[in-house]
Design a protein around this ligand. Structure first.
Ligand code: ZN
Length: 335
């Protein structure tokens, strides 16, 4: 543990040095004209904020991370369907248990901020159905986000509980989210709101029943569709349709078809347990487990995660890896 504290101090020092040496940012607003004869107005520098991070006694950045799997969000709970009411309650429950929403790739790339003492949770949505993101029209014919769709519910929860954060990874198929007149606008809107777009392939095939070339073609078709709405968007993650991987898993990771290449970093399974932390020796980005969001599985796994040394708890500092001594052997060895 000590060497990490030393490392932390070095890093903080290095960051401070870097920040001080950073060239001044381009001014966002033009410099106001100063009438001749009058001395220019000099704005004082803002006071340096150097608040130390709070020490999180139980920080555990080798702990497990729940990646929840949602499908349809609709009025009635059912198979592959979470009710609107239950989805709202899930967000409240996650907030109260100390979780903060993160996008899958942001978190696993080490780019997501999780406040000190809180735990990351990834919400994933498969099949890009209308209940996940729906527009309604007001009396004047203006579009607005349906407050009962997943995106609307996430926005509302974030407004209530800012520490819950606003994130979610949506695994898209062809013709996403119904309302064919708005699909491009919706994808762009989601990216603007900070959500992540993932691939679930264009036509949702069984990967074990088609050729490798057909797999690549289907993946590229979905990617080209996303690019129509959000040019050049890098899709980082693919959720395996039906949870079935190609015989050679790497076929779904990277490749090209018709001169268009794709490059995924993460493959998502269907089921069945909390995922390993990014720095855990057992983290396998090409086979990431997810927990189906049902009453039974959610309460079972969230209760399990509250057990000793189980769940990921952030130290609040993305530059330092903090974990209990007992887990020393579980750290991923970097070559
Ligand atoms: Zn699916």
């Amino acid at each position: 543990m000590k060497k990490y504290i030393v490392l932390a101090l070095c890093l903080m020092l290095a960051i401070t040095v870097v920040m001080h040496n950073r060239p001044p940012q381009e001014a966002a607003t033009p410099t106001p004209e100063v009438p001749s004869g009058e001395p220019p107005v000099v704005m004082p520098d803002p006071p340096e904020v150097n608040e130390p991070l709070p020490v999180v006694e139980n920080a555990n950045e080798l702990g497990r991370v729940p990646i929840l799997m949602y499908h349809r969000i609709v009025a009635e709970e059912g198979e592959w369907a979470r009710s609107i009411e239950n989805f709202r309650n899930d967000l409240k429950n996650l907030y109260e248990r100390g979780y903060t929403l993160v996008n899958l790739s942001d978190f696993y790339d080490g780019k997501a901020q999780v406040p000190p003492g809180r735990s990351p949770v990834v919400l994933t949505f498969d099949d890009s159905t209308r209940g996940q993101f729906n527009y309604l029209l007001d009396a004047a014919g203006e579009k607005y986000i349906d407050p009962d769709c997943a995106v609307g519910i996430l926005l509302d929860a974030y407004a209530r509980w800012p520490e819950l954060g606003l994130a979610g990874t949506f695994f898209l198929n062809g013709n996403p989210f119904g309302q064919s007149e708005y699909w491009q606008e919706k994808l762009k809107h989601m990216v603007d709101l900070g959500f992540e777009l993932g691939s679930h392939t264009f036509s949702h095939p069984f990967f074990n029943r088609i050729t490798d070339e057909e797999i690549r073609a289907d993946i590229v078709k979905l990617q080209l569709q996303v690019w129509q709405a959000v040019p050049g968007y890098h899709i980082r993650a693919l959720a395996l349709p039906y949870g079935i991987a190609p015989r050679d898993r790497t076929v779904a990771v990277s490749g090209s078809h018709d001169g268009v290449s794709f490059n995924h970093s993460y493959l998502m399974e269907v089921g069945a347990e909390p995922a390993f932390a990014p720095d855990h020796v057992r983290h396998n980005p090409l086979s990431m487990p997810r927990i189906a969001a049902t009453d039974e599985l959610l309460s079972r796994w969230l209760d399990w995660l509250d057990g000793p040394l189980r769940r990921y708890i952030s130290d609040g500092n993305p530059d330092v890896l903090t974990y209990p001594d007992e887990l020393q052997e579980q750290i991923k060895k970097t070559p």
